[in-house]
Design a protein around this ligand. Structure first.
Ligand code: 26Q
Length: 801
């Protein structure tokens, strides 16, 4: 690690301001100071970054390349400062200069190159790989526009472009000399050359992939890894191939926008191109590195040096692309190439939702990636042959890659990898027994679980300095690099001093969030109220609707003179632009909120705040201030969830179904320290199999349920009449997939338990303490350690600690 004194820091910053902007600090804007500071920080790790690359190449140690179409790191400045060990020096140096670090850091836009959990996980893994001393490279796309910005207009979601590069250029280093050419379309013919069938291409569109490398500084480590993000450009010398501006723009369009869907898959041509683009560029650059930097000439050595991880199926073409490079370019025979490929590749599944499973039309693949389609066809052909006469025809048919004119990307990923993992034990079990059962029967040895984790550095150290400080004082500072130490907080279970502190810290954080809410929405909320938080993408299966029905119930009670503790319900959620139902839910929540928030007859006992534009930075504000964490997905639908872990680490209590990693949180803290409700997995599957869920019956038998649902259509919320009707009809459909009405009563009962506990301040704080202590179980550092040792077989760098 490179330390810096306060004086050195201040001198450098002033010099940088002078060099870059010709201003002194008293005349510099916050944006100028931010940019100068970013440069000082980059200079701070530049040498370490270079050294890591040299050590990597010299040591020849195995490296992982994490291929992900999304990375969602949020802001870079603060986490880089923390990891460099510069946070305190910079903070106090800036103070000396009359500058507040918070204001400077606020200049940085989020690097929002992801939709949600999957992209955030990829970013967490990058941080953890560097922080645990492994060589881990990220491979992704440098979208010009990140995930859209969300605004509400008349209660409706409106999407605006997120032009993050305007201010954030500084974190990626363009490396022209590492560019690659990616070939699209055209015709491919196999011709005999020296007894080798080589593809001859004609009429292809060639695109230059130009990398921008983002440094990933390890926490108090001498390891600086690289997240390589590719940009699409017209290749130098190919100007004639793209004569008009429109032609050139079409090339650049390839990496223009991140697709904003996180759970339903649409077979768009451009998306297929994006997938092949970063996969091909990434693998070509790996093989160039293998040859040129590692000085390797024998491709059979590849698995000793390189692991490639496929984050969901979006990069699954990596399997065919590596085969292409080994067979067509390295002229390796098929069987050897296949053996190498399987040893190199591993795959994580993030969903069990059928509509999210990628299936590409073969005609589309023929048009975009003809050689890749040929290779996939050959992989499939050999796969079928390898099983013929060994297993039933049905099993072959249900697992083969190409079916009904479509390429099943999950099948390609599983067949081409040596490891297939789910992201929480329940999820993995469901993959093995339901979703991917036929594969599990054939290849049980490939399947394993790796429970997700979170970056406690960001979610505690950076987002919640008050709680971090308390941890320092109670368990010692070691928890910052070794989170298992957090368990020692459990020893303070009966220490009323510590319990009071936990309470006070939460209150301070809630005051901060209340101020923010006032500024952003004009709504005045009481920081002594329960802060009840649901933050995640908007989706039917995540059931923001169930929360909505609870809100309506509370409102009705308050109107009827039934008292409840004060509560502020806080939502953060983006809906995919094409997801009509999700957008209708947003509208209804906003209109219900408007009615409740302006009804003086309930004396501010209930407030509903839907904050716009939920992103990583907003999450950092909300999470430390949460009392109650809503994890209420329909059981079996949420692969893992990760906001559940972040909220728990910040001392929120969880109300949850036994879904995804909620199950593991419940196990970690014990049933007494979490509120569990709802259908269990077997009940859900029983309804699915028997088609015997009839919500109308519940509605007709239960007046309370009926009254809640009726309010959606009886004029209580007049501005949501249309959308309210949609929700109402949806909830009451026979065999409604998400069991909103079915789980409602149990959910309300658990919320009553929440209220009861809330009145017992000491017990509440004790449960918070237990949750904080046990959140160490979900540290991404240990998740990554398991991937590294069990799947990728990496060894730590010597300079790693
Ligand atoms: C695919 C094709 C075309 C367009 C978009 C997509 C696409 C993009 C992103 C499909 C899915 C995603 C993201 C999925 C996701 O975030 N899944 C979440 O992953 C988390 C990390 O493992 C889990 O915790 C969540 O449970 C899971 O929902």
């Amino acid at each position: 690690m490179k330390s810096i004194t306060k004086k050195e820091f201040k001198d450098k910053l002033l010099e940088e301001l002078d060099d870059q902007f010709e201003v002194d600090i008293s005349h510099a804007s916050n944006l100028e100071i931010y940019r100068a500071l970013a440069t000082v920080v980059q200079d701070g790790y530049a040498k370490l970054w270079r050294q890591t690359r040299i050590e990597e190449a010299h040591s020849g140690k195995k490296q992982v390349y994490y291929f992900s179409i999304e990375f969602l790191p949020g802001t870079r400045l603060r986490s880089t400062l923390l990891n460099l060990g510069w946070m305190d020096v910079v903070k106090s140096g800036l103070e000396d200069l009359g500058v507040d670090l918070d204001e400077i850091a606020a200049q940085e836009p989020d690097m929002a190159l992801g939709n949600g959990g999957l992209g955030r996980l990829a970013a967490a893994f990058m941080d953890s790989l560097a922080s645990t001393g492994y060589i881990g490279n990220g491979n992704g796309i440098r979208y010009k526009y990140g995930l859209f910005k969300q605004k509400f207009v008349n209660g409706y979601q409106v999407e605006l472009p997120n032009d993050w590069l305007q201010t954030s250029k500084s974190w990626g280093v363009r490396r022209d000399n590492k560019s690659e050419i990616v070939r699209f379309g055209g015709k491919v013919e196999l011709v005999n050359d020296d007894n080798w069938l080589v593809p001859k291409y004609s009429g292809t569109n060639d695109v230059a992939a130009v990398p921008y490398d983002v440094a990933m500084v390890g926490y108090h480590q001498d390891v600086v890894n690289t997240l390589r993000l590719w940009d699409a450009e017209v290749p130098a010398g190919a100007e004639l191939q793209y004569p008009t501006i429109a032609d050139r723009r079409k090339v650049e369009d390839l990496t223009s926008v991140l697709y904003p869907d996180d759970s339903s898959y649409e077979g768009r041509l451009l998306r297929l191109k994006q997938e092949y683009f970063f996969v091909s560029a990434g693998l070509q650059s790996i093989l160039h590195y293998f040859r040129n930097s590692l000085k390797q000439t024998d491709p059979e050595k590849l698995p000793e040096h390189i692991a490639v991880h496929i984050n969901d199926t979006h990069p699954a073409m990596a399997i065919a692309e590596l085969m292409r490079l080994l067979v067509d370019e390295w002229r390796l025979d098929w069987d050897k190439a296949w053996d190498i490929t399987q040893k190199v590749m591993s795959y994580t599944n993030h969903t069990i939702m059928a509509e999210a499973m990628e299936k590409w039309d073969i005609n589309m693949m023929q048009e975009v990636v003809p050689r890749i389609l040929q290779i996939i066809t050959e992989i499939d052909r050999r796969y079928v042959i390898s099983l013929s006469n060994k297993v039933s025809a049905e099993k072959i048919n249900s697992t083969k890659i190409i079916k009904d004119g479509k390429v099943q990307m999950a099948h390609l990923a599983i067949i081409g990898s040596h490891s297939v993992n789910g992201v929480a034990p329940l999820h993995t079990r469901l993959l093995e027994t339901v979703v991917l059962k036929d594969f599990y029967d054939l290849f049980p040895e490939k399947f394993n679980n790796k429970t997700n984790g979170i970056t406690l550095r960001r979610w505690l150290q950076i987002a919640n300095p008050r709680l971090s400080d308390l941890l320092d004082k109670t368990v010692g500072e070691e928890w910052r690099s070794n989170s298992t130490k957090m368990l020692e907080l459990q020893d303070q279970y009966d220490n009323s001093n510590v319990l009071t502190k936990i309470n006070q810290i939460k209150f301070e954080n809630k005051k901060d969030l209340s101020d923010f809410i006032k500024v952003k929405t004009g709504i005045k909320v009481d920081p002594t109220a329960i802060f009840d938080v649901q933050i995640k993408r908007l989706h039917a299966y995540k059931r923001q609707t169930l929360k909505l029905l609870h809100i309506i119930k509370l409102y009705q009670d308050l109107k009827n003179g039934i008292d409840h503790p004060k509560r502020v319900v806080i939502f953060g959620a983006k809906a995919a632009p094409s997801y009509t139902f999700a957008k209708q839910v947003i509208k209804v929540i906003n209109e219900v909120a408007a009615v409740i928030n302006s009804d003086t007859s309930i004396h501010d006992k209930l407030k509903v705040v839907f904050l716009e534009n939920y992103d990583v930075t907003l999450a950092e504000r909300i999470i430390p201030a949460a009392d109650l964490s809503e994890q209420i997905s329909t059981t079996t639908k949420e692969a893992s969830g990760t906001s559940n872990m972040k909220l728990m680490a910040n001392g929120a209590l969880t109300i949850a179904t036994m879904d995804g990693a909620n199950v593991d949180i419940a196990k970690a803290v014990g049933k007494d320290n979490i509120f569990i409700f709802g259908l269990e997995k077997d009940q859900v599957y029983s309804y699915y199999n028997n088609h015997n869920y009839h919500p109308g019956e519940i509605y007709h038998q239960d007046k309370e349920v009926a009254a809640i649902l009726d309010s959606l259509i009886n004029g209580t919320f007049p501005k949501a009449a249309t959308e309210g009707r949609v929700l109402y009809n949806n909830f009451l459909q026979d065999n409604e997939e998400f069991f909103v009405v079915k789980d409602l009563k149990d959910y309300l009962a658990k919320q009553a338990d929440v209220e009861k506990l809330w009145k017992d301040k000491k017990s509440w704080s004790q449960k918070c303490l237990v949750n904080i202590a046990h959140s160490e179980e979900f540290d991404a550092d240990s998740t990554v350690n398991q991937y590294a040792t069990k799947i990728w077989h990496l060894k730590k760098l010597n300079s790693g600690k």
